[in-house]
Design a protein. Structure first.
Lengths: 237, 237
């Protein structure tokens, strides 16, 4: 099975852009009349037939519509300090989408070395990961924002923070009731060298739950992927 | 903190090879008299002092020995079909070591596209991941072996198999008692396109536990990392 992406859908016809059309015609060698699956990145899957191929575009007539395709009954938001090596950020985006994430934010912490992210590139990575894993919805990817601003804006109760300060940190399993009772979960992952004590103080003030991901020293992007994997796991118990 | 690796340890002196010595002198600019952490890849951490620097080597006098450094009370063995793209295999090795794995095997399944693996390269990846994550033990990495042979040799009871065939597959949480009661756990991860029905039949005969890693379609290497992350998680509950 193969998913195509389009945001150009009018009435019962979908137009694939040049990039998707090339892939459809040159790589997969689809012919007029063949059936195609197209997703809009917003949660809807369309099944249809390839009705016309021009030099630059393919046109698909819609037969069936599946709204909220493969949607889950929980929402995972990961807020992570960007890593210096941009490939590793892209890797995190790809893997968390594969595993299941609804929103990704980048937080500029005191110890964050990278101050900007290549948002457009991440959107491309996200699009391709969505198609690869047969999902219909691209997660929201937010541009980088200061830690303090993020924490002040996202002031809902079910926020977890992974830090290394030696206090009363729990395993995520400890919060399984909160996790199954709530729809939305947000995890904060700090930079190499951890959150600063000021940041941890602010986080405490906002009643975030301090958690540990185990005894292994994980790179930032690995902590992102592991927390995403465990949150998905606990949500499906 | 930084870990160096050496397999050249005699009496109370450790010799670092040229590669490690270069990193020690040129990158970290260590001087004689400074303290160093060296691991042997077999589970022992040595703390000592840099006593001599030659053109090609560094010598460390051992002060303290920590046997079974950061060892865990469980054993995770992941047997995985190699992926066509070798970078993704290396990525799996790196990430699973970060998260925690004791043994990695590569299994040649009927649908496995890659028939050989670059074992030496994987050993280098493993060494570097061990040092990066401050561990003292390199996991065992076994060369590729046919699925049937693997299954016949590894005939212990606590083996899980991730496949997509629509039968009585459970979440790993279902087996948490088996997991906490046993020391050794093995997970089998198949190739793109899944295990064949013959392979699944054999696995059934050997009383493997069929499991699911959730509803998302995961790439092989992601399934490896996710199962490693969940097994570690369940072992620490």
């Amino acid at each position: 099975m193969e998913f195509f992406y389009s945001d150009d859908i009018h009435d019962d016809v979908i137009k694939l852009n040049t990039h998707e059309s090339k892939h459809c015609i040159r790589v997969l060698r689809k012919k007029e009349g063949e059936s195609l699956n197209v997703v809009d990145g917003k949660g809807t899957l369309y099944q249809g037939n390839l009705i016309s191929i021009t030099k630059k575009n393919c046109y698909v007539r819609i037969d069936k519509i599946f709204e909220n395709y493969s949607c889950r009954d929980y929402y995972i938001h990961i807020a992570i300090s960007p890593i210096k090596n941009h490939d590793r950020i892209e890797w995190f985006v790809e893997k968390s989408i594969e595993i299941g994430v609804d929103e990704i934010s980048f937080i500029r912490c005191e110890r964050t070395l990278r101050k900007k992210i290549k948002l457009e590139r991440l959107h491309r990575t996200a699009l391709s990961a969505m198609k690869q894993t047969l999902k219909a919805k691209i997660p929201i990817i937010n541009d980088i924002i200061d830690f303090d601003d993020f924490v002040n804006v996202n002031n809902k109760s079910n926020i977890f923070i992974c830090h290394l300060e030696n206090e009363n940190r729990k395993n995520l399993f400890h919060y399984r009731k909160e996790i199954s009772d709530n729809y939305k979960h947000c995890i904060l992952i700090g930079p190499e060298g951890d959150f600063t004590s000021n940041e941890i103080k602010l986080s405490k003030k906002m009643n975030h739950h301090p958690i540990t991901l185990g005894t292994s020293r994980l790179r930032t992007e690995t902590a992102g992927v592991v927390s995403c994997s465990i949150l998905n796991f606990l949500n499906t118990l």
